[in-house]
Design a protein around this ligand. Sequence first.
Ligand SMILES: Cc1cc2nc3c(=O)[nH]c(=O)nc-3n(C[C@H](O)[C@H](O)[C@H](O)COP(=O)(O)O)c2cc1C
Length: 186
Amino acid sequence: MNTINAIENRRSIINFKIDKISKDIVEDILNCGRLAPSAKNRQPWSFVIVQDEIKNKIADMMIDYTIKNDDSIERKKIGYKSSVNSTANVIKQAPILILVFKEKNDDWTVGDNLSIGACVENMCLRATDLEIGSLWIRDIVYVSEDVAKMLGHGDLELNCAVSLGVPNQSPKQRPRKELKDIMEWY
Ligand SMILES: Cc1cc2nc3c(=O)[nH]c(=O)nc-3n(C[C@H](O)[C@H](O)[C@H](O)COP(=O)(O)O)c2cc1C
């Protein structure tokens, strides 16, 4: 698949088949993350791949969090409870969860966050190329410290996660703003 096809065909997948995907495929996708550009070439990322019980435990931690923490006004606006619960259910369905960790360094917050974005998008595009479904996940943020500690990585920041699996849906392209509405030329 060429680049434009991967960009146009990538979708966030929330329904996965029960089929496993091979370690080789997962590592191919991680390798494309590794090849991403990064601010000052800091490559601030590292990956922990979780499956089965540990993966499902993380999803349960997210669900427990929503039970124990009521919606604030701000959180109501983003529909946090239903979003976190639905993301936790996707995590349970998909056979692989990649946890994307970031080095803690206050001087590089912006650059490192931008770099991780490039890394994760590379992974999602490569997954599309390999006909693997992906979901880029922010909703793990509420339990990120607990998850990092549970896995012995309290020295790192859990930045985001990516679910991977064989897609069980082929969603239409989700709406995008028109280029003319988000562009100014001088
Ligand atoms: C940084 C980032 C974080 C996201 N976090 C979540 C998430 O936690 N749960 C979820 O269901 N979708 C998540 N998404 C998926 C978006 O909802 C999705 O990209 C958007 O609706 C557009 O759909 P598309 O990816 O199919 O084009 C995330 C996407 C990005 C880029």
